[in-house]
Ligand binder design. Structure first.
Ligand code: NAP
Length: 494
């Protein structure tokens, strides 16, 4: 299979990529570009991406608006065929697109490949699920009338995404938007735009009509408002930080629907009856995979006093076995942080943690052989953390675990819920009645029992409560289709 996207231009060995607006691959009107830097080796420029302007974003919104009338009337089987063809394209290019992803944001290559395949699976899921997503027929007294609801597309929707899952998060927003007949303006993270570009390329190669999907790369400051604030943009699906999501949510009019998937401060409770080896695995995988940069990552471990010493000893021993290094090298467990900003944030929180709690290990910037100029930090653990400390309350988004001692299940739940966030939460226990109680008592959109706080299925709803999600609409699964449609009630007499 050949790549359909206009061949990126290569200057001094670095490829230049374009926006995709109205079915054309176009440069930014500014003529300027943003370098996409490899966090494992900052001398490696992965590509140059358009530094778009508000004018470019407005063109994309106009193109999406012009394409809507025809796209909403395009037979659903034709819309589904495009998603399926794009899924085939992602599958066929999974190896090379995984390399792109690892190069641009650092995650291990096997996880990057899994993400490409999962994104293909997401497109296929919505190609099928969208075809049976319909309204209802209502019983009533008039034999000469039928009363039913239709689910209509909203119109132009904006999709704005972060760098940590740069293909799968866009896929789980764009696929349900398209299958239900909406047109899309997609802005990826300006720190990792290549993976979103590849998804756009896959849909373009699959024959998506002009203007139905528009890709605009650019910094939030330059293009954000031009994408989110026009009245014609009927919905915004955003994943990113709570601060940015709440800002966008407040800045749009009442006619714009928002779905904001935001930050977390996800707890793992370790009960005294837990299998401690398993609990340690949950803490390590939940806290350190993706270098702690998952929105559902574990950042607080609430551990019962009776097992705290044994758990901590096992945790520190397990951390010593973790291999830190480039995601390109098979066998490495922890890659670099994704951006210079993340590196600075994590190192700052390590210093805060050292001042306010008891430092046990890690948090060092790693340099020298094997690390070069990459953004590597060793996994950090703090203990004797209390509820008022900043490392217990603020999202760090890095490989930093805060151990908090608890004395009972009730104490653990009270402390776990004492946070502004509510994305994901886990418990390690062998006690079935505690499992049940936890699922009821914890304030979180995703509850895990003897499983890591991270990870979610594409066919099950996903989202948070409190400041982790501003929307009543869930993403993923069948629930993910609801956000992109509105209900019209029809009373049809003879
Ligand atoms: P971010 O700084 O909030 O950026 C996310 C996206 O929003 C980027 O594309 C960014 O553009 C854009 N953006 C920021 N401000 C904007 C504005 N005012 N108008 C329009 N667009 C705007 O987040 P991040 O650092 O990329 O990602 C990490 C955060 O995402 C963490 O807080 C994490 O918890 C959260 N997250 C949540 C979930 C979830 O499902 N709940 C999943 C993954 C990540 P630029 O790149 O140009 O700044």
């Amino acid at each position: 299979m050949t790549l359909l996207a206009e061949k990126p231009q290569r200057t001094s060995g670095v490829e230049s990529f374009k926006n995709y607006i109205g079915g054309e691959w176009v440069a930014a009107s500014s003529g300027e570009s943003i370098d996409n830097i490899n966090p494992a080796d900052t001398s490696d420029i992965v590509g140059r991406f358009p530094a778009s302007t508000a004018q470019d974003a407005e063109s994309a919104v106009r193109a999406a608006a012009s394409a809507f009338a025809a796209w909403r009337k395009t037979p659903i089987s034709a819309r589904a065929r495009i998603l399926n063809k794009a899924a085939d394209y992602l599958d066929a290019h999974a190896d090379s697109f995984a390399v792109d992803m690892t190069r641009e944001m650092g995650k291990p290559l096997n996880l990057a490949r899994d993400e490409i395949l999962r994104s293909a699976q997401t497109l296929r899921f919505y190609a099928v699920e969208g075809q049976s997503f319909a309204g209802e027929v209502f019983p009533q007294d008039d034999a000469g009338m039928i009363v039913y609801t239709e689910r209509e597309p909203l119109g132009v929707v904006a999709v704005i995404t972060p760098w940590n899952f740069p293909t799968s998060i866009p896929a789980r927003k764009i696929a349900p938007a398209l299958i239900t007949g909406n047109t899309v303006v997609f802005k990826p993270s300006s720190d990792a735009p290549l993976s979103g570009y590849r998804l756009t390329e896959a849909l373009a190669a699959a024959g998506i009509p002009k203007g139905v999907l528009n890709f605009v790369n650019g910094s939030a400051g330059d293009v954000g408002a031009a994408i989110t604030t026009p009245q014609i943009v009927r919905a915004i699906s955003f994943t990113g930080s709570t601060a940015a999501g709440e800002h966008i949510h407040r800045s749009v009019g009442i006619t714009t629907r928002t779905q904001m998937e935001l930050g977390g401060k996800n707890p793992l409770i370790v009960m005294a009856d837990a299998d401690l080896d398993q609990a340690v695995e949950l803490a390590v995988k939940g806290g350190f995979s993706l270098t702690g940069q998952a929105c559902t990552g574990t950042s607080r471990v609430l551990v019962m006093r009776a097992v705290k010493a044994a758990f901590t000893e096992k945790l520190l021993a397990r951390i010593k076995t973790l291999k830190i290094g480039s995601g390109m090298t098979a066998g490495n467990d922890i890659g670099p942080l994704a951006t210079a900003k993340q590196l600075e944030t994590v190192l700052r929180y390590v210093e805060i943690g050292k001042r306010e709690a008891k430092w046990l290990t890690g948090g060092d910037r790693l340099t020298g052989p094997g690390y070069g100029s990459g953004y590597y930090v060793s996994p950090a653990v703090f203990t004797d953390v209390t509820q008022s400390m900043r490392i217990a309350r603020e999202e760090i988004f890095g490989p930093v675990l805060a151990l908090i001692e608890v004395e009972s299940y009730e104490d653990a739940i009270a402390k776990a819920n004492d946070t502004e966030y509510g994305l994901s939460a886990a418990i390690a226990t062998r006690n079935p009645s505690l499992m049940h109680a936890f699922a009821r008592d914890i304030e979180a959109g995703t509850v895990k029992i003897n499983r890591t706080t991270t990870g979610n299925l594409i066919n099950a709803p996903f989202g948070g409560v409190k400041h982790s999600s501003t929307s009543t609409f869930r993403e993923s699964g069948r629930a993910g289709l609801e956000f992109y449609t509105q209900i019209k009630t029809v009373y049809r007499g003879i």
